[in-house]
Write a protein that binds this ligand. Structure first.
Ligand SMILES: [Zn+2]
Length: 78
């Protein structure tokens, strides 16, 4: 019975030494977060401010505007 205990203790020691050694390998580097989808920026035809296309308002001619007020005011540039 005494020897069994010694074997178990030695086995546990060996396991902790070699088992841990195997686990010290660095984990694979995490991949960088996927880049966000590029947002198309447009320029307000009235005041020239840049804003995402998804937030822009367009007139019948397809010109982008930053707000409904500027869309009503119409293009001022060009
Ligand atoms: Zn504007």
């Amino acid at each position: 019975m005494k020897y069994l205990l010694v074997i178990v203790v030695v086995g546990a020691l060996l396991w902790s030494m070699f088992g841990r050694e195997r686990r010290t390998t660095p984990p694979p580097p995490r991949r960088a977060a996927p880049p966000r989808l590029p947002v198309q920026m447009v320029e307000c035809a009235h005041c020239g401010v840049h804003l995402p296309q998804t937030e822009a308002l367009f007139d019948v001619g397809g010109r982008p505007y930053c707000s409904d007020a500027h869309r009503v005011a119409g293009p001022r540039r060009g």
